[in-house]
Design a protein around this ligand. Structure first.
Ligand code: 9RB
Ligand code: ZN
Length: 377
């Protein structure tokens, strides 16, 4: 059993410019420019901890390549792909992919293609049996991007591109996408909304971003009805709520669907120190959730679980969450343990609340819609 790892320095060169937290920098409105919240630092520190801990030496390093236009076209419109390219070609940088919150720096078109291509390479290696599972530590993120619009820092939906590649080129008919980023995986959900061959399951902070998105009643349309699942947990949810959501919704949904491949939109912004959400997960939470998902992948699809990095904005805590995730994915441990474990124990040891239990129960009621409808190849 081997775990693949994709990283490239160019991922850190995606230039998001300035902002002030969630606000676009605007001195006229009194908003002083600062480094953009989606900047290279947290991800650089994740990579460096993977290296410094010794874990890198136990992984199968896989070199990314740029996704081709044809590969992007399986998910995105021609007009949108050309829009991102044109924004990326602007001489001074400062482009945007659509919503005003998705910066396109100079050259970011090529970097976003390298992110999507990194996922494609991991999925290909898993399908060929070169690796069992894998993690792509990429920027820019992708899960908010729809077929024709960038959104919430996302340019191309790398997970969606990898899912379509797996289906059309690798004979993996049924793909499940689990998304535990604190924000709703709206882009991935929208792309596959009418498609029963791709099950999307998002566990996120209710009503956080995009606003008014990711409610339990969003379940897919037409023949895809039942194949979008949402667990919008209230702000303040932590270990107990997320583990209950995994046990009651995510794992049973996967068991019913019987995927040939599980993709994970692997955001760490539900971590307790994250500035862009108000959830309370710890490194131990990510470890436990990963153990459950690895178990499901082993049971259902030869261990094929491929993760794409999404959000995660605490430069000091995201690396420990990511290390716990990756240790568990690789079935090993390093000498590095969460140095904040004692501190977060005092933040996040809250029991399951009735409100959390109610929304998980509501989401679980929709599971009987999910069947193994698409023939496996
Ligand atoms: C909007 C605003 C946001 C808020 C959160 C994210 C997080 C993305 C992520 C991105 C953009 C403000 C829509 C402020 O980590 N995804 O995984 N923008 N929020 N004002 N308005 C109108
Ligand atoms: Zn997020």
């Amino acid at each position: 059993m081997t775990t693949g790892y994709v990283f490239h320095p160019e991922y850190l060169w995606h230039d998001t410019g300035t902002s002030a937290g969630l606000l676009p920098a605007d001195p006229r409105a009194g908003v002083q420019p600062a480094v953009h919240v989606e900047n290279p630092e947290a991800k650089r520190r994740v990579h460096e901890l993977i290296h410094a801990s010794g874990l890198l030496g136990e992984l199968t390093v896989i070199e990314p390549r740029r996704a081709t236009v044809e590969e992007l076209q399986r998910v995105h419109t021609d007009a949108y792909i050309q829009h991102v390219k044109a924004q990326s070609d602007l001489r001074g940088g400062g482009g945007d992919a659509g919503d005003g919150f998705s910066p396109v720096g100079r050259g970011s078109y090529d970097i976003a293609r390298l992110a999507a291509g990194g996922l494609i390479e991991l999925v290909t290696a898993a399908a060929q049996g070169d690796i069992t599972n894998g993690y792509a530590l990429v920027r820019p993120p992708g899960h908010h991007a729809t077929a024709d619009q960038g959104m919430g820092f996302c340019l191309f939906n790398s997970i969606a591109v990898a899912a379509r590649h797996a289906q059309t080129e690798l004979g993996l008919a049924r793909v499940a996408v689990v998304d535990w980023d604190a924000h709703h995986g709206n882009g991935t959900q929208a792309i596959f909304y009418d498609d029963p061959s791709v099950l999307t399951i998002s566990v996120h902070q209710a009503g956080c971003f995009p606003p008014d998105s990711g409610w339990t009643h969003e379940n897919g349309t037409g023949v895809g009805t039942g194949y979008a699942v949402n667990v919008p947990l209230p702000p303040g949810s932590g270990h107990a709520a997320y583990l209950h959501a995994m046990q009651q919704v995510v794992l049973p949904a996967l068991d019913r669907f019987a995927p040939d491949l599980i993709l994970l939109a692997n955001g760490f912004d539900a971590g307790v120190f994250d500035p862009l959400a108000r959830q309370m997960l710890t490194a131990a939470s990510f470890r436990d959730m990963t153990r459950l998902l690895v178990g499901a992948a082993e049971r259902l699809c030869h261990g094929r679980l491929i993760a794409a990095h999404e959000g995660g904005y605490s430069p000091f805590y995201t690396p420990f969450c990511a290390l716990a995730f990756l240790e568990e994915l690789a079935g090993t441990t390093t000498h590095v343990t969460d140095p904040l474990a004692a501190v977060v124990a005092g933040y996040a040891a809250e029991p399951l609340t009735p409100q959390q239990e109610a929304v998980i129960e509501e989401a679980a009621q929709l599971l009987p819609h999910i069947q193994t409808t698409v023939a496996a190849t």
